[in-house]
Design a protein around this ligand. Structure first.
Ligand code: LRH
Length: 488
């Protein structure tokens, strides 16, 4: 019989999980074997990821997967994008990788303007401008001893793959988020590297989703109980790319919102859209599975809500999501609104205070009471979903008839309902674990169990619980609300 159990390691900015998935032509079942907090650490010299701790949790999860399945046919790793570790010439990690929310990239893009103007960079990479794109993080590190000794840059999933297997490579979907990748050619951009004085060898050869990425080192096999020689498969290692694989769409007139820490809202296209309007609207052309393009924009997402809850919890205030969402559902609509992408919301900190400051700055009365704050956040996110999806359809010249909302946010009924109302489109919510499912499905295809992405999506639609929300909003009210915060 053909192997059908796979392990997915999916690391998000706030939590990680190891899942076992069973997949074949008519089955797709996920079992969570390990879930753990991802706790960034504020060191005196910056905000870092505890990658060694995360690696420990990956090993623990794989050990549990081994006990659960008696051995997986393969495993795959995905995580958030852009962040990386640097290795010296003998493969040692140089320092602790930075978190993209660390402040060291402030002002870096402006300084690079003279060397490589943002317009020229966009023309090649088609990448949205985010202050923390890898290209800017690297520039911020110029001149440091670590950067001087660095011989290899590995994005987070590639770093963990290296630790598990000893094998070095750069998975392409995640490579496309660096700002060093040519969106049309689907390869590292050597002209960009040259302009920035980055040695070509710093960036490993590409791997594509489905490619082999080495086999477990004997020590890892011993530590986890997985058989020696268990293969690691390159999946769409950018979590958003994996999530889009598992969007249960049947025809092509769909948009998606991959909704977790960030809301990634946009379209799947066959070719990049790189032109002045797309650049001005800050749309990205990130690479998906099979050379598809994720034409989307980042929206600050549920980060606003999780940071709000964290702040309240630290003050001893109620911080349980369920009851707060009930209060929010009952709160006055459109009372206070924010543009979720205001830069003040990016770093960790006191989110309710920043929301109040935003409101004061824009002549609105700050939300009073916890339910009102949550209402403000969720309604503002729905507005941003509306605005970004409209822009995406217009820039790509595409019709959109349904919005697929996947990821943890699909469990948030208020957000799903308001997104349907705001966009005026039906929202199909789920699966919540789209990223892990996409990770498993790409492995299943590599092992011949699913033929193509179309079949993967049909399988997700047939096997996963989904919920449909019909729009019932008042279009004029939403468009007036959007205008209040400079959205459309
Ligand atoms: C979502 C995500 C997103 C990136 C951000 C850094 O987890 O990968 O696609 O822009 O993290």
């Amino acid at each position: 019989s053909r192997p059908s159990s796979f392990a997915a390691v999916d690391l998000g900015a706030t939590s990680g999980r190891v899942m076992v998935g069973r997949a074949d032509a008519d089955t797709l079942r996920l079992t969570e074997v390990h879930r753990f907090a991802n706790r960034p650490v504020e060191l005196p010299d910056g905000l870092r990821w505890d990658v060694v701790g995360l690696y420990g949790d990956v090993l623990e999860g794989l050990a549990r997967a081994a006990r659960e399945t008696g051995g997986a046919a393969s495993l795959g790793i995905d995580s958030w994008a852009v962040d990386y570790g640097l290795l010296d010439g003998s493969g040692r990690l140089l320092g602790t990788p930075y978190h993209y929310r660390d402040g060291r990239t402030e002002g870096v893009a402006a300084r690079l303007e003279g060397v490589l103007p943002a317009k020229d960079l966009y023309e090649v990479t088609g990448l949205q401008h985010l202050p923390f794109n890898t290209v800017y993080q690297l520039a911020a590190e110029a001149g440091t001893p670590q950067r001087g000794l660095a011989r290899t840059l590995l994005l987070i999933p590639d770093l963990l793959t290296y630790w598990l297997t000893g094998s070095v490579g750069a998975e392409a979907t995640n490579a496309s988020t660096t700002g060093l990748f040519d969106a049309r050619r689907g390869d590292w951009s050597y002209p960009v590297l040259d302009r920035l004085g980055i040695a070509h060898g710093l960036l490993p050869p590409l791997r594509f989703p489905g490619d082999p990425a080495g086999t477990l080192r004997p020590a890892v096999a011993a530590a986890t109980g997985l058989p020696e020689g268990t293969p690691v498969t390159a999946v769409a290692s950018h979590d958003t790319a994996s999530a889009v694989v598992a969007v249960p769409a049947a025809d092509e007139a769909f948009a998606y919102v991959s909704c977790g820490t960030w809301s990634l809202a946009g379209l799947e296209l066959d070719a990049p859209v790189i032109d002045e309007p797309a650049r001005a609207a800050n749309f990205t052309n990130e690479r998906g599975v099979d050379g598809t393009v994720r034409f989307l924009r980042n929206i600050m997402g549920l980060w606003l809500l999780t940071e709000t809850l964290r702040t309240w919890r630290a003050r001893g205030l109620p911080a349980e999501l369920g009851p707060l969402l009930d209060e929010a559902a009952a709160a006055e609509p459109f009372a206070a609104l924010v543009d979720p992408d205001d830069p003040s919301f990016l770093p960790p900190g006191d989110m309710p205070e920043r929301i109040a400051a935003y409101c004061a700055r824009t002549g609105q009365r700050p939300p009073r009471g916890q339910g009102a704050v949550v209402r403000c956040v969720v309604e503002s996110l729905a507005l941003a979903h509306r605005s970004v999806l409209r822009t995406a359809a217009e820039l790509a010249g595409r019709d959109v008839r349904v919005v697929h909302l996947v990821g943890g946010g699909s469990r948030n009924e208020l957000l799903c309902r308001l997104t349907a109302d705001a966009t005026g489109l039906p929202v199909v919510a789920g699966p919540a674990e789209a990223t892990a499912l996409g990770n498993i499905l790409v492995q299943a295809r590599a092992f011949g169990l699913v033929p193509d992405v179309r079949a993967m999506r049909a399988l997700v639609a047939r096997t996963q619980p989904l919920r449909r929300y019909e729009p019932s909003g008042d279009e004029r009210a939403w468009s007036a609300a959007a205008a209040r915060v400079g959205l459309r």
